[in-house]
Ligand binder design. Structure first.
Ligand SMILES: Nc1ncnc2c1ncn2[C@@H]1O[C@H](COP(=O)(O)OP(=O)(O)O)[C@@H](O)[C@H]1O
Ligand SMILES: [Mg+2]
Length: 391
């Protein structure tokens, strides 16, 4: 059964009348995951916003039909559209702060949405919000309820956003590059939660992405856009394994594959050599006490040869940025200088980044393991170590 039908949609830049979305048609079935794929500027967001009836100033719908659950959206009044946004269709954006109000607590924002659309008492609203926060694996829903969006990391914010959108059990969820700003593992956690929630509520999902890896993992069908036009549509399998269009073929060929590792350079002295690097951030001085400091990098060894590319890989907060040798050595703001060994000194710190380098990963591209991660969430850190152990 079809939930959303888009027919011959055309969206123009109001000033120039140039089409940014040109004659695209697709359907989303009930309970289906459809991916809208295309490079940046191909019109994905414009198409999604047209469905929601929320085109930005500067763009206008110049033709076509959009039917959601039997309602022709072009003829729906502004009031009707407002009533549909939320329970009929919800949207999650790449940057949750676009939709989360920084001045209002998380709970108040969630409760407001629910109160607008459902006739239920305050207690019930509060209970449903807390349940939903727990459902998106926020460990302390009560504290989160009273906290403000800026207090959370990007991944947590995106979960909060997902919770507040899914609270209304929308029939269609439009997710516009919802995890592009997140690291790979957090990305997967958020999307897995999204899929789980969508299944629970029978929600169809229009997943907008430029990442074919995500398409293969999550979507049943995909639609490929380029410069506002549809270049290909089909099942995910067909698009990934037998693409017809030259552009889709290029996208598929650009997918990273395991096993194609660059050759490793042999011999010679390393250009940069780091041993036992430790960087600690001193705790901030409060009125009566000092916060505990953070050990951002602990015992990292790293060699870089001339002309070589070294990848430092790790989840967010694992110390990648701090571990940059020049950064760590040169920045006086990073902890006490006696905590930063000089380059080239051979420390006795347990090597965390180097084993793979020493073991000789076949290629000059180093796939390094996560450095010591100063995160409260140990479970996640352990997971990220295991998962990053790429061969
Ligand atoms: N508010 C706007 N006014 C005028 N042109 C816009 C506006 N927003 C986007 N565009 C143009 O529309 C095209 C499609 O943009 P968009 O839908 O954001 O692409 P995508 O989401 O695929 O990256 C781009 O060429 C962009 O420059
Ligand atoms: Mg976009």
């Amino acid at each position: 059964m079809t939930l959303l039908t888009v027919e011959n949609l055309r969206i123009e830049a109001s000033a120039s009348k140039v089409a940014v979305v040109d004659d695209i048609s697709f359907t989303v079935e009930r309970g289906e995951f459809l991916a809208l794929v295309g490079e940046s500027g191909s019109g994905k967001t414009a198409a999604a916003r047209a469905v929601l009836g929320l085109l930005p100033p500067g763009l206008r719908k110049a033709g076509g039909r959009i039917v959601l659950d039997g309602v022709e959206l072009a003829t729906a009044s502004a009031r009707h559209m407002r009533a549909l946004r939320g329970p009929a269709m919800g949207m999650v954006f790449q940057e949750p702060m676009v939709s989360l109000n920084p001045a209002i607590s998380v709970g108040a924002q969630m409760a407001e949405g629910l109160g607008l659309h459902e006739r239920i008492g305050k207690r019930e609203i509060g209970r449903r919000c807390l349940d939903m926060l727990a459902r998106v694996q926020i460990r302390d829903p009560e504290r989160t309820y009273d906290a403000y969006p800026h207090e959370f990391s990007g991944g947590m914010r995106q979960r909060i956003m997902l919770a507040s959108v899914m609270l209304l059990k929308p029939k269609l969820l439009i997710a516009d590059e919802p995890t592009t700003a997140l690291d790979t593992l957090t990305q997967r956690e958020v999307l897995d939660l999204m899929v789980g929630l969508a299944r629970d509520h029978g929600t169809s999902v229009l997943l907008i992405t430029h990442n074919l890896g995500l398409v293969s993992r999550y979507a049943q069908r995909a639609l490929v856009l380029r410069q506002g036009r549809m270049v290909e549509t089909g099942t995910t399998r067909q698009i990934l394994f037998s693409p017809h269009d030259a552009y889709t073929k290029r996208l598929v060929e650009a997918l990273p594959r395991r096993g194609t590792v660059a050759k490793q350079r042999q011999g010679g002295e390393p250009l940069v050599s780091v041993r036992g690097l430790k960087v600690a951030f001193a705790g901030r001085q409060r009125l009566f006490r000092r916060d505990a400091g953070v050990s951002a990098v602990d015992g990292v060894d790293l060699d870089i040869d001339a002309g070589e590319t070294v990848a430092v890989v790790g989840g967010s907060g694992s110390g990648k940025t701090t571990a940059r040798p020049r950064h760590a050595a040169a920045d006086p703001g990073l902890g006490r200088s006696d905590q930063i060994p000089r380059q080239g000194r051979h420390g006795d710190g347990r090597s965390r980044l180097s084993p793979r380098l020493a073991a000789g990963v076949p290629g000059s591209l180093f796939l390094a393991r996560s450095a010591h991660a100063p995160r409260r969430d140990r479970r996640r850190t352990a997971a990220s170590r295991g998962a990053i152990d790429v061969r």
